[in-house]
Design a protein around this ligand. Structure first.
Ligand SMILES: Cc1cc2nc3c(=O)[nH]c(=O)nc-3n(C[C@H](O)[C@H](O)[C@H](O)COP(=O)(O)OP(=O)(O)OC[C@H]3O[C@@H](n4cnc5c(N)ncnc54)[C@H](O)[C@@H]3O)c2cc1C
Length: 428
């Protein structure tokens, strides 16, 4: 019996103290796990619910970067003009299922509308507002949960494949500079000094000053989750089938039981809109699919995450090999993985790092994305007992802890110490 099954057995009888608020956190990705942790620390009765194992979905297979520099949204001025060439390039970062896009045209149009310069600046500013609290919020957890062995302080490197891509990046440099995000530009020989095993295929590089990454995301999620259980948190490994408002409470219908809570937190990542719909809320949430391949490695080949601009993925040396993770595919929630995208990442990974050995495994995940690239964090407009925390797109791993802190404040009916108006559920 796994520890999760044991916990489930122990939590079958929810002997909840009714003098303390009972909160259910729906979704045990990094956002839900961090929220549950902070809520439990504050003394709430907290039940975390997920139909999968904690931390095993999108929060498992990402590119491992604590990307507190990543304030430049995917929507950028001029994106609309770049899309045709991006799609025509077989090894480009973006792929689209046109039938899916046609069915979801309003989302695509709304996404493109957010590419106007003023909007992009505003989005970048709002992302910076969250990102600058991301490290300190994780460090609060890491004082309590020892994850030292899974964190590396070798700064993340962005590799430009050509002079053109280097020059095209100028808009991102300006946005970063305007928001006080520090980077260092590197000439080719400086990159070579940092990462001598990379093939001679790049033009230049950029390092994100002070950035860090994990070498084992699942181990970090699991350690925070276990601390939550140690603190008295309850975990239920079941699907949420429905929810209803019942007087002052919310009733949750699981596979084989019905439970009542004072409040719920919806942190179900790319599936959050399905939960919101059950309560009469509706969000323009879609998802950007991304992939990873894990290559066998016995030797240390790279010291830090290396992003490859031509195809939009990172190479990261982690505990069990070298992971190549990234790219964007718009194709909905349910389509099976696209083999061509995996083949492309493999081809390009071997171009950048020819020493790579066999592919051991592959993975696809779903980044929850709103058309303005900002998350939804805040109370439901319809129901004061429902708090939303989803839509963290490309930087959900980075923003897990800070989101958890905000959720904790909102659950206490306190104002968070960060202005969260830009993430309001009522903005659509
Ligand atoms: C290829 C790739 C690379 C990335 N790289 C980075 C990176 O380097 N740095 C970074 O910061 N971010 C990165 N991200 C983004 C990041 O991984 C996500 O934003 C983040 O993991 C989202 O976390 P989450 O908790 O919102 O969702 P998830 O981890 O997906 O968790 C949601 C949970 O809700 C559960 N759930 C849904 N519906 C129900 C239901 N009805 N009943 C019960 N449970 C339910 C699911 O089972 C799931 O476990 C990357 C993403 C991808 C795909």
């Amino acid at each position: 019996m796994s520890y999760l099954e044991e916990d489930l057995k122990n939590s079958e009888v929810l002997n909840l103290d009714r003098t303390v608020k009972n909160i259910a956190v729906i979704g045990a990705g990094i956002v839900g796990i961090c929220s549950a942790y902070f809520l439990k620390k504050s003394g709430f009765n907290v039940t975390l619910i997920d139909r999968e194992q904690p931390g095993s979905m999108t929060s498992f297979g990402h590119a491992c970067t604590f990307a507190d520099y990543a304030n430049v949204p995917v929507n950028y001025p001029g994106l609309i003009w770049d899309i045709p060439s991006m799609l025509l390039r077989k090894d480009g970062p973006l792929a689209v299922d046109f039938f899916y896009i046609l069915k979801n045209l309003p989302w695509a149009i709304s996404f493109l509308k957010n590419c106007k310069k003023e909007k992009v600046n505003k989005i970048a500013n709002s992302l910076t507002n969250l990102l600058k609290h991301s490290q300190i919020s994780y460090d609060e957890i890491f004082q309590d949960v020892n994850v030292k062995e899974y964190i590396s302080y070798e700064e993340n490197l962005y590799l430009f494949d050509s002079k053109k891509s280097y020059e095209n990046y100028e808009y991102a440099n300006i946005i970063r500079k305007n928001n006080n995000v520090k980077v260092r530009n590197l000439k080719k020989d400086e990159v070579k000094e940092l990462e001598p095993n990379l093939a001679d295929v790049y033009f230049a590089g950029q390092v994100f000053t002070g950035s860090r990454h994990t070498t084992n995301p699942l181990a970090i999620s699991t350690k925070i989750f276990k601390k939550f259980l140690e603190l008295g948190g309850v975990y239920i490994n079941q699907n949420i089938k429905n929810l209803t408002q019942k007087e002052k409470n919310i009733e949750l219908f699981l596979e084989n039981k019905k439970l009542k809570f004072d409040k719920i937190i919806v942190s179900a990542g790319a599936w959050s809109n399905q939960i919101a719909n059950m309560l009469g809320d509706k969000f323009p949430l879609d998802n950007e699919r991304g992939y990873h391949l894990l290559f066998e490695t016995e030797e240390k080949l790279i010291n830090r995450p290396v992003a490859w601009s031509e195809s939009g993925f990172y190479l990261i040396q982690i505990h069990d090999g070298i992971r190549a993770a990234g790219t964007v595919e718009i194709a909905g929630l349910n389509k099976p993985p696209n083999k061509k995208r995996l083949e492309m990442i493999e081809r390009q990974s071997r171009k950048v790092l020819p020493q790579l050995k066999e592919v051991r495994s592959t993975w696809m995940g779903r980044r929850p994305t709103l058309p303005d690239s900002l998350p939804v964090i805040g109370k439901s407009q319809k129901n004061n007992n429902v708090i939303y925390a989803f839509g963290h797109q490309h930087i959900g791993w980075t923003l897990g802890a800070v989101t958890g802190k905000i959720i904790d404040s909102l659950s206490k009916d306190q104002l968070p110490n960060i202005d969260i108006s830009a993430y309001s559920p009522g903005r659509f």
